[in-house]
Write a protein that binds this ligand. Structure first.
Ligand SMILES: *[C@@H]1O[C@H](CO)[C@@H](O)[C@H](O)[C@H]1NC(C)=O
Ligand SMILES: *[C@@H]1O[C@H](CO)[C@@H](O)[C@H](O)[C@H]1NC(C)=O
Ligand SMILES: *[C@@H]1O[C@H](CO)[C@@H](O)[C@H](O)[C@H]1NC(C)=O
Length: 239
């Protein structure tokens, strides 16, 4: 009996350790999306022509604490900025998107003391979003939504140079064998104390080669450096 109890306790302790690792992430990914591209994929109708927040994602862990319920009244003061900077492009009137991001990513980010409340998490994401000000940086380099295509390297080099860190650009491939790709998402990476750092572009996701691309379903993947980039102006992807 005693021996059994010992094993039971040892197992319980070991699994508790495995199930609730503390702060196991080392990087935060601030993800922006371009509403026109997103809505071209998802069939929404956005009139927004700025890069908006998709999320602030730790590089490790999803859905870390399902009992930590999203409560919008805790971020009441942030709502005007949330609605502008982090809009739900699919259902603009509802907090569904923020709730989803909180459960999936916020509860993991919250393992760090600097992000251990809903207010800290959402306000830090907004703060970083305004600080990097991606929209102005692209405009500064004259990279504007346009009917003309851009060379991928032109965009990547301009913004990497500006931030002094490698950003990750993601594109949608519009159809089989398309000779262009549509810019849709840009990730900027931070250390756990919020300094800029390089995003990994190669390790987890490689740019797809043309035989893979021919079968690609719509979705964001790392842009292919060899393919011209379409940065779509507002409403140009639907009629
Ligand atoms: C999960 O969140 C609840 C509610 O905030 C908290 O009481 C609990 O300690 C959290 N659990 C872990 C493992 O962090
Ligand atoms: C949400 O937060 C508010 C403010 O702290 C609190 O009064 C309320 O009870 C919370 N609601 C739930 C469902 O926990
Ligand atoms: C492209 O991907 C296909 C399918 O994974 C693979 O068989 C092929 O060798 C790859 N070609 C190159 C040039 O990497």
């Amino acid at each position: 009996m005693k021996l059994f109890l010992f094993h039971f306790l040892a197992a319980a302790t070991a699994s508790a350790f495995v199930l609730s690792p503390r702060h196991t992430w080392s990087k935060l990914i601030l993800t922006h999306h371009w509403p026109t591209t997103f809505c071209g994929m998802e069939k929404c109708h956005s009139k927004i022509d700025t890069w908006t927040l998709h999320g602030l994602w730790p590089n490790n862990g999803n859905d870390c604490n399902s009992t930590w319920h999203f409560n919008i009244s805790l971020i009441e003061d942030l709502l005007p900025d949330m609605e502008k900077s982090w809009p739900d492009l699919l259902s603009p009137e509802s907090p569904k998107f923020w709730k989803y991001e909180w459960y999936k990513h916020g509860t993991c980010a919250a393992q760090a003391e600097s992000l251990n409340s809903q207010h800290k998490y959402f306000s830090k994401a907004l703060e970083l979003y305004h600080k990097v000000d991606l929209d102005s940086v692209l405009k500064k380099f004259n990279i504007n939504p346009s009917k003309q295509y851009y060379q991928f390297d032109h965009i990547q080099e301009a913004i990497d140079g500006f931030y002094g860190a490698k950003l990750k650009l993601q594109c949608v491939h519009p159809s089989r064998n398309a000779d262009y790709q549509i810019l849709g998402q840009i990730e900027i990476c931070f250390t756990s104390d919020f300094s800029l750092m390089d995003c990994e572009r190669e390790t987890r996701e490689k740019p797809v080669n043309s035989s893979v691309k021919a079968q690609a379903k719509p979705g964001f993947i790392v842009c292919d450096p060899g393919v011209p980039v379409y940065y779509p102006p507002l409403m140009s992807l639907h009629h």
